[in-house]
Ligand binder design. Structure first.
Ligand code: NOJ
Ligand code: CA
Length: 558
């Protein structure tokens, strides 16, 4: 595969509401993002994915869009967005917008018009169906709870929604809808946006028979995500986007492809695929044991490691995955993959090392670079996220006590990642001079950007070194383009792999002792040290002694 302009880049996700507030209204905004570009450039970031900033009733925090070609006043103006594009360009950085086109907001004029006249042009922009015996057309359960079908106001018809009822799904079978979307995508690309993260993009194809699914919850409902067709029916939709928008403008695209089978990675993200790259979520789902959060199992290191390696193997050297440890839908990685008692500079940097040197594009999420942890919510009312409230109800219905249900939400809630970015130990963590829209993490005096920078062992400082190593021209043929081979898989708590250049002439070993105890490894090959989160380790004869959560990157002689 020839090298594309984005392959050597590092991406960083901004959740705009919580990044930096410039005007004291408690809500992060575009001028706030502009004020932190030097911070991001200095870290080593090239691509900035900004979660939705379009006008929205914010039922799902901007993932319910009421106007695809404007900026929500709480985030700023179109002028602010144009300035962001310009300021990024000056730093050789790029803006990646969020493209949310599986659904829009029920406040979007298209939907309002469909309500006014279901038989007219805009009725065909949505999936409208008659019910069955006074019930919704089928038993599918929406991602945020309740039926996927809601009565169209003033009509006997129901409309379909994969997520909240305020997020009606757009009818991709209708060529006029596809044309509207392509025009809008090109309008943004022509403005200077470099690409898109495609939200819930596998959901755009429905099984149009809308048959009942196998019940998996009390009440006989079936999780809608199980009903996504796994056939090739989505291909024409995605090819149209690629051919009309992305390819002619050489855009970078990353698909949020939850539920896509591993044997289809190439179709979605290979050299001829629909997108530049894909988020792989399999390794985020190793604790799942059903559709509900309260069913989650404890974290299992070996299962997680095996899942990461399996995805890498399936991607091979053809598919370029986008690798994440966290995002705005996941709890903080330091709380998910580490025991609270193991939390330290070493453990969070070990986690960073194994993830950021995988093959693919690293996507960091705001606050990850200072080792942020989950927040603490005392009452269910303190959560903002609609899906957390739904999961709480589901847990209580399943027989958990309110305390147990709350604990499960504290562990898994999306709000853990959505607390304001702690820039300092000052008032409101330096995020706003007003009242933050979501309370800051109670640990902000310990974990914030300023405090981290003052420490001799700065987490962000380590991330900087790691990203600089990835971009070092001497190692790009290994760390960017090289293959990955798992190593030491027989060891219970080692996360280790080789990266090898395409020619086989250069080799790096990433070696991480993923536990608090010392581990001794037999390793006979000669090597040099490229990075080490402790700064030194013991090496005797043919043995390496690693301390708890020690992570080293070794240059091997081949
Ligand atoms: C995935 C987004 O990441 C999530 O935040 C959102 O709730 C759903 N898609 C619906 O747009
Ligand atoms: Ca603001």
């Amino acid at each position: 595969m020839g090298h594309a302009w984005w392959q050597e880049k590092i991406a960083y996700q901004i959740y705009p509401k919580s990044f930096c507030d410039s005007n004291g209204d408690g809500i992060g905004d575009l001028p706030g993002i502009c004020s932190k570009l030097d911070y991001l450039k200095d870290l080593g970031v090239d691509l900035l994915w900004v979660s939705p900033v379009y006008p929205s009733p914010m039922v799902d925090q901007g993932y319910d869009i009421a106007d695809y070609r404007a900026i929500a006043p709480c985030f700023g103006t179109m002028g602010d967005l144009e300035r962001l594009i310009q300021e990024l360009k000056e730093r050789d950085m790029h803006l990646i917008m969020d493209l949310v086109v599986n659904h829009c907001s029920s406040q979007h004029p298209w939907f309002q018009e469909a309500v006014r006249n279901p038989e007219g042009k805009y009725g065909k922009y949505f999936y409208l169906k008659e019910g069955k015996d006074g019930q919704p057309p089928n038993n599918w359960r929406a991602e945020f709870g309740g039926s996927c079908w809601e009565r169209l106001p003033g009509s006997s018809l129901y409309y379909f929604h994969t997520f909240a009822k305020e997020q009606p799904d757009l009818n991709w079978e209708n060529p006029e809808v596809r044309q509207e979307i392509c025009d809008m995508v090109n309008w943004w690309l022509d403005k200077g946006v470099s690409g898109f993260r495609l939200d819930a993009i596998v959901n755009i194809k429905k099984d149009l028979r809308f048959l009942d699914g196998p019940p998996d919850a009390p009440g006989g409902t079936c999780d809608v995500s199980k009903m996504l067709p796994q056939d090739a029916g989505i291909a024409p939709f995605l090819n149209q986007l690629k051919q009309v928008c992305f390819a002619p403008r050489d855009a970078f695209t990353v698909g949020e492809v939850c539920g896509v089978r591993q044997d289809r990675l190439r179709e979605f993200g290979g050299p001829e695929g629909y997108f530049s790259t894909l988020f792989d979520f399999d390794h985020c789902m190793t604790t799942y044991a059903g559709p509900f959060w309260h069913q989650r199992k404890p974290f299992d290191f070996k299962l997680w490691r095996g899942t990461v390696f399996q995805s890498q193997k399936n991607a091979g050297t053809e598919v370029f995955l986008s690798n994440i440890l966290e995002n705005h839908d996941q709890p903080r990685c330091a709380s998910t993959y580490l025991l609270e008692t193991d939390y330290s500079f070493y453990s969070v940097t070990a986690l960073a090392t194994v993830s950021l040197l995988l093959r693919g594009i690293p996507f960091l999420y705001q606050g990850q670079e200072i080792g942020m942890r989950n927040s603490r919510f005392a009452r269910i009312e303190d959560f903002d996220d609609l899906s957390t409230r739904d999961q709480y109800q589901a847990a209580v219905k399943a027989g958990l006590t309110p305390e147990q249900a709350l604990a499960s939400c504290n562990r898994t809630s999306r709000d853990n990642a959505r607390t304001p970015m702690p820039w300092s130990g000052g008032e409101n963590a330096g995020f706003t001079s007003g009242t933050p829209w979501l309370p800051v993490n109670p640990d902000y005096q310990e974990i914030n950007v300023e405090a981290d920078a003052m420490r001799p062992q700065s987490v962000r400082g380590y991330y900087k070194k790691l990203l600089a190593l990835r971009k070092d021209p001497a190692w790009m043929d290994v760390l960017i383009y090289g293959a990955l081979q798992p190593a030491f898989q027989e060891a219970d708590r080692l996360f280790a792999y080789y990266r090898t250049s395409e020619t086989g002439g250069k080799r790096i070993l990433v070696l991480c002792n993923f536990c608090p105890e010392e581990t001794v490894i037999s390793f006979a090959q000669p090597f040099g040290v490229l990075l080490d989160n402790y700064g030194s380790f013991e090496r005797q004869n043919e043995q390496i002694r690693l301390k708890g959560y020690q992570a080293v990157v070794l240059r091997c002689n081949v």
